[in-house]
Design a protein around this ligand. Structure first.
Ligand code: V0V
Ligand code: CO
Length: 145
């Protein structure tokens, strides 16, 4: 079902400061930046490695507002790991399979994610307290601008 860890999402208050820290400390390169209004975040992807069907990354997330998912998380828990995202071949099919096993989906249909991906979230309370994201990476031709 899962092909790789696509990314670890980290909630931060100051995106630029955390980009500087992660890129300098771990020698990682920022490969994408995006403001995602629907998800209420400003985010950056730092590349780690390439895997089957896509790469793996650290995703740094700064909230666009206090009442967004990441804004609420910061207020409640402070900075730190916000979610773990797994790479899947077909996000809709994987959502159906997982839903049939009794795990609540936070999205009824896939949403737009970083770098042209299709994403969907699973309820953290049904996954041992871990907010879980499914990622179907864009095919190369879909990421070309
Ligand atoms: C909340 N909870 C978490 C959590 N956020 N547990 C683990 N990890 C998290 N990140 C717990 C929280 O402590 C509560 O537990 C319970 O879940 C319900 O949380 P709540 O505070 O009552 O509810 P909200 O309104 O904060 O909503 C939480 C959820 C929300 C997870 C439903 O954040 C959501 O819909 N997230 C999905 C979208 C998202 O996170 N987007 C930002 C990343 P107790 O206190 O009841 O025990 S965007 C992204 O990754 C992109 C674009 C990408 O990858 O490309
Ligand atoms: Co993510």
């Amino acid at each position: 079902m899962f092909m790789r860890i696509d990314h670890i999402g980290i909630a931060c208050r100051d995106l630029e400061e955390k980009i500087a820290f992660f890129s300098e400390t771990f020698e990682l390169t920022v490969v994408a930046r995006e403001v995602n209004e629907e998800q209420g975040v400003k985010e950056a992807m730092l590349h780690i490695a390439d895997g089957e069907g896509g790469g793996s990354y650290i995703q740094l997330l700064e909230p666009l507002s206090d009442d967004s998912p990441v804004g609420k998380f910061l207020a409640k828990r402070g900075e730190g790991v916000h979610h773990v995202a797994f790479g899947v071949r077909d996000v809709t099919q994987t959502m159906d399979k997982i839903h049939q096993k009794g795990v609540r989906l936070l999205d009824e249909r896939p949403r737009h994610g970083s770098m042209g991906s299709q994403i969907a979230f699973l309820h953290p309370k049904d996954v041992g307290g871990m907010l879980t994201e499914l990622v179907q990476a864009a095919r190369p031709e879909q990421t070309e601008k």
